[in-house]
Ligand binder design. Sequence first.
Ligand SMILES: [Zn+2]
Length: 285
Amino acid sequence: MDIHNGFLTINNLQINSIRSLTNIYIYCNLSFITMPRAGDHTALFSTDHGFIALNGHVKLKVLDFLRTGPKSFDEIFKHTGKAKSTISVHIKDLKSCDLLEEYTDSCDKRKKIYRLNSQYMACSQEPIVKHYNNILQQIASSIDNEHTFLNLIFHAIRFGFEAHGINHVPILKKIGTDIGENISINFNSTDLDGLLKDIVNFWKIHNMGDMSIIDTDPLIIIVYNCFDCKSSPVVGKTLCSFDEGLLEGIIFGKLGLICNIKETECYGNGYKHCLFVMQDLLNFV
Ligand SMILES: [Zn+2]
């Protein structure tokens, strides 16, 4: 264990011990965000003790496996295909950093169970500077138009992270869920059909886009004139992870339903609309 540049390093784990995050949802351990699997990515996780940077392939595989729920040591051992002694060391490291926690099986006191105690927030990526530079060049001439100026600032933040090699999709989605849960008290309906109508109306009132419900089984939502991405460049991928989180947060906050909403079509990947599809729905409360 060493300290480098203000970070506490344990093997290939790094802990910034200064920050403390307390606003982690009870359902964060069921996050549907896919973690990076390639060994050349560094992933950032938030815990109650701050950020932890992790780039060990086996450790990432263990944490990814735990996203689907608590697992026994044997289940983790079988899933990873590594030696038990190797897995023991990795679990010990992850436990020491609060990335996971251990408890005893209530049916078998000899059996240890592990569950996720952290949330995946971001990962490193190849820097993409083209879109960021284009936005910076437009900002000076946009200051007389408040809407365009604020929009460009929002886009500059998004593409600025990318330009500096940070994939911020998970944390944007998390912030969306945080906001969604907090504003859910403003919605009146107590069933999903009614709540969806309220959400459509909410998007309209707040000029967030022209939303319609295309189907309810599975839930498919289309948004034209999306406030978030309509004026974004075509970048070959969807851009509205914040909106995914916002929708999930409202539904969870109001109805106690955990759902996985994924944007499949977006202005960012060449469409003239955004399309959101609900892929999983769990009854939580
Ligand atoms: Zn979009």
